[in-house]
Each structure stands twice: as structure tokens, then as C-alpha cells.
Design a protein around this ligand. Structure first.
Ligand SMILES: Nc1nc2c(ncn2[C@@H]2O[C@H](COP(=O)(O)OP(=O)(O)OP(=O)(O)O)[C@@H](O)[C@H]2O)c(=O)[nH]1
Ligand SMILES: [Mg+2]
Length: 193
């Protein structure tokens, strides 16, 4: 699959109806700062499409993008950002539960984790949430360019082990270099068939 058209549709502070809803969806979930917005820009080849920030917690809304006029990419707000209030955390939890309960056309969730670190408690919890909700998901190890080739297998194995996933349930990508992008797009295409 190639992405040749990407348009911002809307930002939602609670999941609900939006123009054009009903098409298949692929969602991006992961810790704040893990690289969700960067990946979206990399996949679509549009640098400024989703706001990237050095400050975690930038994306507090559910951002919807229309891709190739045929499916929606859903950039979900990040979790695990220590500096948010309990109230803000609860709001996040409700938003996610609502989203997964009501997005009947969701085909795949890309669960992003940072390749450099052992998945956090929050990552493990997100993984469990996806399993328990019965949603198809793919673990995407981000920031591949930040580790050496020699470290790759070790880092990936730590992710497989901590999340109890099989190697075929994960891909590694770099939004910086585009490495892994073709493999990820192929997985997305399969999910949309
Ligand atoms: N080197 C490198 N840096 C990356 C990569 N992906 C993201 N980053 C950097 O990581 C930081 C966070 O990226 P974002 O894409 O804004 O992360 P996010 O997951 O959307 O964060 P929130 O919106 O806060 O949830 C930015 O400084 C990016 O430039 C990558 O593949 N390689
Ligand atoms: Mg973001």
C-alpha cells in the first residue's frame, strides 16, 4: 500500500460522530512522546500533518485523518505522562474505553512502544486492554534509528518478553529514516482487506 492522500478531518475531545465516519479505521495508541504523531507524518509523507512535540502530552484529543479517501487513521491521546492530574488521567481512560467500545469499524490498533526501553507498566496495561477487548493489534517499536544494529535483537526480545507477544506481532520502525515503513504499510493493508 502507498499513501498518496492524507487529510485532517477533525479533533474530538470525546469519541462520537464525525463527518465521513463508517469507513474502516486504524488507530495509533501509545505512551506520550513515543512517536505517534511522527509515525503518522512518516506514513503519510506529510511532515506537518500531525503536531510533533518535544513536550509529552501534546495530543490530548482524538485526531482523525482520512487516508487515500478510503480509511481513517485515528491518533489517540498518549498515556503515561506523569505530569497530568488524576482528573485528566480519568478523562483519558474514559475516552479510550468509549473509543474501543464504540468504534465498530476499527480494524487494527498500532500499539507503539519505544524500542530503547523495556515496556512500562502502562504499556503492559495497554497491551492487556487490547487483548482483553479482543481487538486486533500490532506492536510497533519506534525510534529504531536511536539504537545500534547490534542492539536490535536484544531490545526487540525484551519487548516480546515483557508484552508476551510473538515476533510476528511486532514491527520496528524509524520515522526519522523511514526504515520499517514498508513492512508496517503492508500490515496495515492486510488489516484493511
Ligand atoms: N530519532 C527519532 N526521534 C523520533 C522518532 N519518532 C518520534 N521522535 C521524536 O520523539 C518526540 C515525540 O514525538 P511525537 O511524534 O510528538 O510523539 P507522540 O507520541 O505523538 O506524543 P504525544 O502527542 O505527546 O502523545 C519528538 O521529539 C520526535 O521528534 C523516530 O523514529 N526517531
Ligand atoms: Mg502526538
Amino acid at each position: 500500500m502507498e499513501i498518496n492522500k492524507a487529510e485532517f478531518v477533525t479533533s474530538l475531545d470525546a469519541y462520537g460522530p464525525f463527518p465521513g465516519a463508517g469507513l474502516p479505521q486504524i488507530a495509533l495508541a501509545g505512551r506520550s512522546n513515543v512517536g505517534k504523531s511522527s509515525l503518522l507524518n512518516c506514513l503519510t509523507g506529510r511532515k506537518g500533518l500531525a503536531k510533533v512535540s518535544g513536550t509529552p502530552g501534546k495530543t490530548r484529543m482524538i485526531n482523525v485523518f482520512l487516508i487515500n479517501g478510503t480509511f481513517h487513521l485515528i491518533d489517540l491521546p498518549g498515556y503515561g505522562f506523569a505530569k497530568v492530574s488524576r482528573q485528566e488521567q480519568e478523562r483519558w481512560g474514559r475516552m479510550m474505553e468509549d473509543y474501543f467500545a464504540s468504534s465498530s469499524t476499527l480494524r487494527l490498533t498500532l500499539h507503539l512502544v519505544d524500542i530503547r526501553h523495556e515496556p512500562t507498566k502502562d504499556d503492559v496495561q495497554m497491551n492487556r486492554f487490547l487483548r482483553e477487548s479482543g481487538q486486533p493489534f500490532l506492536t510497533v517499536a519506534t525510534k529504531l534509528d536511536k539504537i545500534s544494529r547490534a542492539q536490535r535483537m536484544k531490545c526487540l526480545h525484551q519487548i516480546y518478553r515483557t508484552l508476551s507477544i510473538q515476533p510476528w506481532q511486532a514491527v520496528a520502525v524509524s520515522s526519522e529514516t523511514g526504515e520499517g515503513k514498508a513492512q508496517l504499510l503492508a500490515e496495515m493493508e492486510k488489516a484493511l482487506l
